[in-house]
Write a protein that binds this ligand. Structure first.
Ligand code: ADP
Ligand code: MG
Length: 693
């Protein structure tokens, strides 16, 4: 149960003064539904209203706060003329200017003779001074009515800055005093203040420096969040170790036959990974391992060996892919590899229905089916395994930590092997997969031809089409990728269709189109027609659709390449160069190109190392974008920014080690404070196995 101390933070924003349901809906879009979300919504700027001259000294063009006395009103004579209010102090006078004033607002706000504090930009108007629509008006002139500095918050269309500022200020007034969970020495060394003071300071910047990720208040808050995340992952990891798994040693019989039947020798990296996986599976504890390898590094074969180890031990193994197409592709691959062994793998996706489906369900339930490949459909409630020993998840980056935990809860805690082609920089590995062991396939199968990458402007489309024509003449196959951006699905789809029509005109009868709106069967038919049918050029709208293996494909054209992440581009590029032909990847960009975009395209052109690309991407774009936020499965940080604050990660990691050595069950006042921290950042799933404490 969440400590009641935190209740004010977890209340809905509608409990704040001035926040009704419609504002709350907008705030939810902007930051989140609860008071805490507003607290995490840190300012992106600061307005300095500390310049407080006498009227005669006020410099035109500057933001000034003036103490004035209202002298008289000059309402506008017609619609085009503004309403003017003459104000003065002992040194001179200035006009406040209002366009289209409403009702008697001005008369009420500025009665003649009243003293007011007004803040806004001073302008010269002929020889006179004026201030158009002051940003702030306060009664009296003692100066306290207008803050010297105001935070500026990131906004959303439809939300007035004032509304956000007021809501955040109201949220901050509800901050409870929380027990200190940080190490006192660390606080002293870094000069950090308490959580509450730091949060207040982060929302009250004095200048640009206070907005930087290096500002002490922001560092402290980021560190809190990183500590919560590292602690949660460490607890989950420990929990996974504690729960006894089962030993799946196998007798090597099937694996030996598979290796003998393979048309190639395993790479050293594949052997190393298999030894690590085999060791985990043979041991009594549960395996939770990530297999990380660049596209084409041969993860599928490794997965199959692991699956056979489960079957040899009398258990079942399931391979889950993120999409229908990938599941079918994997099924076809495994079927091919298993043929010499006389073993079959079943296929279960959302499309297996009726009798087929019920037969598969029966086979899984009674154990006749040992190996199954599928999509999420594999983990629906009515799918029962007789004895699932190993789950393999492909393209792990699509599944977040939460989903991993959910999967772990299913069945009798089968061993878990997750695979990802996304090269994850070490920093992120720590963030994202601290609950897993990692094996890396850092070696490509021999004999791969390098892919030549070229960068060109879309303006040269005609030349590109001609080059594609030559590749087709020479018997090649071509992927043509058009980006699909969610918000504009309609228009992007239209663009892809237009591209398809153009190419079909040039190469009649040889061009196909796949996009996300198509039904599964349609996509499959189209893909199959490209893989080994009459089509030689496949226009695709999304990354997912080309997650398929077509060894004959040797040209990849990517339009608006500047809109993809480097890692994504690298993955796409990895779809060609699988056969024995020389391959080309053409990155087309839309001019004009920003400096960063240009640098990114140069990096991908010159580098074929997925890991280095990931590091570069992180450097160039920051963690949010590296993997594409939605695809990354990254625990979303509200306060920490990577890589700017990555230094803190290692510190947090060591800190967690220390905590768990010294106080493994999180007891006493320190444990209590740390639990509150976990709840604060909603990492409390990790606390549950600890009990009430
Ligand atoms: P990925 O890691 O991208 O999933 P795959 O498992 O699809 O890679 O393997 C890519 C291709 O390389 C497949 O056609 C596979 O049969 C082949 N392959 C895998 N391992 C080796 C190897 N050791 N030597 C040669 N080819 C291999
Ligand atoms: Mg793969």
């Amino acid at each position: 149960m969440r400590p009641s101390l935190l209740d004010p933070l977890f209340a809905e924003t509608t409990c704040l003064p001035g926040v009704g349901p419609s504002v709350a809906r907008l705030l939810e879009k902007l930051a989140g539904p609860r008071v805490a979300d507003l607290c995490w919504h840190l300012p992106s700027g600061v307005i300095d209203r500390s310049y407080r001259p006498k009227i005669a000294d006020a410099e035109p063009g500057r933001l000034a706060t003036l103490a004035v006395e209202v002298e008289g009103h000059r309402p506008s004579g017609n619609r085009r003329q503004p309403y003017r209010i003459r104000c003065r102090d002992e040194t001179g006078s200035i006009d406040l200017v209002f366009f289209h004033p409403k009702g008697d607002y001005l008369a009420k706000t500025f009665p003649v003779g009243a003293r007011r504090l007004v803040s806004g930009k001073v302008e010269s108007f002929g020889l006179a001074l004026q201030m158009v629509h002051p940003d702030r008006v306060a009664e009296g002139t003692d100066g306290s009515g207008v803050a010297e500095r105001e935070p500026v918050y990131p906004l959303l269309a439809g939300l007035a800055p004032r509304v956000v500022t007021k809501a955040v200020a109201a949220a901050l007034r509800r901050l409870p005093e929380l027990p200190e969970w940080q190490d006192r020495h660390l606080l002293a060394r870094r000069g950090w203040r308490s959580w509450r003071e730091s949060l207040q300071a982060a929302h009250a910047p004095h200048g640009e420096g206070d907005l930087s990720p290096e500002a002490p208040a922001r560092l402290r808050l980021a560190y809190d969040e990183l500590l919560a995340s590292q602690l949660a992952l460490a607890l989950v990891r420990r929990q996974q170790r504690r729960v006894p798994g089962r030993a799946l040693p196998g007798d090597d019989s099937l694996r030996r036959r598979l290796e003998a039947a393979l048309p190639f020798a395993l790479t050293g990296a594949q052997r190393r990974a298999l030894a690590e996986i085999g060791g985990d599976m043979a041991a009594e504890r549960r395996m939770v391992r990530l297999l990380q390898g660049d596209v084409g590094s041969g993860k599928t074969v490794v997965a199959l060996f692991a699956m056979l180890a489960a079957v040899e031990s009398g258990a079942q193994a399931a391979l889950m892919a993120p999409t229908e197409i990938l599941a079918r592709q994997h099924h076809a691959t495994l079927t091919g590899l298993l043929a010499p062994l006389g073993i079959e793998a079943a296929l279960l996706t959302g499309r297996e229905k009726g009798r087929t489906r019920s037969q598969i369900l029966e086979g899984l339930a009674d154990g006749r089916i040992g190996l199954v490949v599928g999509t999420h459909a594999l983990f629906q409630d009515d799918v029962v395994f007789r004895d699932l020993g190993l789950t393999v998840i492909d393209e792990q980056h699509r599944f977040g930590v939460d989903q991993r935990l959910a999967l772990a809860a299913k069945g009798r805690r089968p061993d878990l092997l997750a695979m990802t082609a996304t090269p994850i920089p070490r920093t992120l590995l720590l963030v994202q997969y601290a609950d897993m062991e990692v094996s890396r396939l850092d070696e490509k199968p021999a004999g791969r031809k390098p892919i030549e990458t070229r960068v060109a402007s879309t303006e040269r489309l005609a030349e590109v089409v001609a080059a594609v024509g030559r590749a087709l003449e020479a018997g090649g196959k071509v992927f043509w990728v058009c980006p699909l951006v969610e918000e504009k699905e309609e228009s992007e789809l239209a663009a892809a269709e237009a591209r398809y029509r153009l190419l079909a005109k040039h190469f009649p009868g040889r061009v196909g189109l796949v996009h996300g709106r198509m039904r599964g069967e349609e996509k499959d038919r189209m893909t199959a027609a490209f893989a080994d049918g009459p089509l030689d050029l496949l226009v695709a709208t999304t990354v997912i659709e080309v997650g398929i293996d077509v060894p004959a494909a040797n040209v990849m054209v990517i339009e608006q390449a500047e809109r993809f992440g480097l890692a994504q581009l690298h993955q796409l590029r990895g779809r060609v160069g699988r056969g024995d032909r020389a391959s080309t990847c053409l990155l087309l960009y839309q001019s004009p190109l920003s400096a960063v975009a240009r640098e990114r395209l140069q990096v991908i052109r010159d580098c074929d190392d997925g890991f280095r690309l990931a590091e570069e991407d992180l450097r160039l774009r920051g963690s949010g974008d590296t993997l594409g936020k939605k695809q990354s499965g990254m625990p979303a940080f509200r306060l920490a920014v990577l890589p700017e604050q990555a230094e803190l990660l290692a510190v947090a990691r060591d800190h967690v080690d220390l905590i768990l050595t010294r106080n493994p069950e999180l007891t006493g006042p320190e444990g209590e404070a740390l639990r509150i921290l976990l709840y604060l950042f909603e990492r409390d799933a990790a606390v549950r196995p600890l009990g009430a404490g």
